[in-house]
Design a protein around this ligand. Structure first.
Ligand code: ARG
Length: 457
């Protein structure tokens, strides 16, 4: 029996019912739905719309449903959506009084409220998973602050960098993500309940009571907007998409750096997979899957943005399509954050291989040019002289650190013996002591700064 059956002669066709239902996925909102209903009934009682006794009976019934679902003795099934399920179960348990719960309320303000309660928790959980990831990045940065690795641009060796600086770069990205979820939580913590179907209600409700019971910061100021606003879903999906973008980049680096060709890092066996045919293979399936799942989260963002763009005021059933993308994006992002955090904690480093690679590819050529420029040669000329030295190395199969002082001086008399030290990968990285640069001191300052900002959340 539908909540809305009264007006109809015939029951809904089975195929229409199956198409229309949302219980199969919105049952995920059961906690939020019951919590909001308890607050609503309490408010109805305090305002004298229901007697105190009726309100108490309803709340006790709802709490019984909550604990029965929680402990697995009540299966959530057999109704159109979670709101119908809870209400009909309540009526089955407490009888006629249960039918008064829906006074001064519509499923439109109800679902909008439920979803905000749910999204609030989802934002909190994103914040705590991001914190865990950043803490792991910080721990790895602290351990690797003496390690030098190649820094790339265009995926060609560019300049030696500090390994801690590398991890700090990702902490910066994830800190921005964390801030986005934090801000989104504050922005969406506004209560639609009391907007009813679209126009508000003629019942003498007190929205302040439900607001404070449910921990919202404010009540919505326009009932038409409140029942049809899903901006917070789109914002969650956008924030999740950027998390996935950042994770995907980190995974791409992980896949490259752990390959035989690079050989900088090692994924532990426990987080690697093998091949059914090639016995020698150790594959990076986990970072590949994270990279692959990124597209799925982006897809959900595009789906929801497109779904909301043509909705005439106020509520339309299209909005039911907000849930599956939201839930799937949440599940996907949360599992990716957890698994990558676990893998990152166990990554090992081939310190010598990273150091040697950092010195290859004439990666300290900028240091040679800077060496000359710091001794009065205009940078453009210093660049040209250094270009010639690199050319000499290429033609004679040499590296910059393997050149003798005589070879340097053949290119410019400005070179002195200290150039031989200046072209090592460590000196190169250590020399960049600007804020946020690749020196160990700058990387350590980066760790301190990230830790400090992280503490604010
Ligand atoms: N399942 C619906 C949704 O998710 C609940 C609201 C139904 N409202 C309505 N007017 N049919 O949007």
């Amino acid at each position: 029996m539908k909540l809305w059956q009264g007006r109809f002669d015939a029951p809904e066709a089975a195929d229409a019912d199956a198409f229309n239902e949302s219980l199969s996925f919105d049952k995920q909102l059961w906690r939020a739905d019951i919590t909001a209903s308890v607050a609503h009934a309490t408010m109805l009682g305090r305002c004298g719309i229901l007697t105190e006794e009726e309100a108490d009976t309803i709340c006790a019934g709802l709490k019984g449903i909550y604990s029965d679902i929680e402990n697995g003795t009540l299966a959530v099934e057999g109704q159109e959506d979670i709101h119908s399920f809870v209400e009909s179960e309540l009526v089955a348990r407490i009888g006629q009084t249960g039918k008064k719960l829906h006074t001064a309320r519509s499923r439109n303000d109800q679902v909008a409220t439920d979803l905000r309660l749910y999204a609030r928790d989802a934002a909190d959980s994103a914040v705590s998973l991001l914190k865990a990831l950043i803490n792991t990045l910080l721990a790895r940065a602290k351990e690797t602050v003496r390690y030098i690795m190649p820094g790339f641009t265009h995926l060609r060796k560019a300049q030696p960098i500090n390994c801690a600086q590398y991890f700090n770069a990702y902490s910066e990205m994830f800190l921005r993500d964390l801030d986005r979820f934090h801000a989104l939580r504050e922005r969406m913590n506004v209560m639609p309940l009391g907007s009813a179907a679209l126009a508000g209600t003629s019942w003498p409700i007190d929205r302040e009571i439900t607001r404070s019971l449910l921990g919202f910061d404010a009540v919505s100021q326009n009932s038409l907007d409140a029942v049809s606003d899903r901006d917070f879903v789109a914002e969650y999906l956008f924030s999740a998409s950027l998390v996935m973008a950042h994770l995907s980049r980190l995974c791409e680096d992980t896949i490259l750096y752990t390959s035989d060709e690079f050989g900088y890092w090692e994924i532990p066996d426990a987080y690697s997979t093998g091949s059914s045919i090639m016995p020698q293979k150790k594959n990076p399936d986990i970072p590949e899957l994270v990279r692959g799942k990124t597209g799925r989260v982006y897809g959900h963002l595009m789906g929801v943005l497109t779904m909301i763009k043509g909705i005439p005021l106020a509520y339309n059933k299209d909005l039911q399509e907000d849930k599956e993308p939201f839930f799937d994006a949440q599940r996907t992002m949360e599992s990716c954050l957890s698994i990558y955090t676990a893998l990152l904690a166990k990554l090992t480093f081939n310190v010598n291989r990273m150091y040697d690679a950092a010195g290859e590819g004439y990666s300290t050529a900028t240091d040679v040019a800077d060496y000359l420029a710091k001794r009065g040669v205009p940078f453009r000329d210093a660049h040209a002289v250094t270009g010639k030295i690199v050319r000499y190395c290429i033609e004679n199969g040499k590296t910059l650190p393997s050149l003798t002082l005589e070879e340097f001086r053949a290119a410019s008399p400005v070179f002195e013996a200290d150039v031989l030290q200046a072209v090592t990968a460590r000196a190169s990285a250590e020399g960049r002591n600007s804020v946020g640069g690749s020196s160990a001191a700058a990387a350590k300052a980066g760790i301190v700064s990230i830790r400090k900002r992280l503490k604010q959340y």
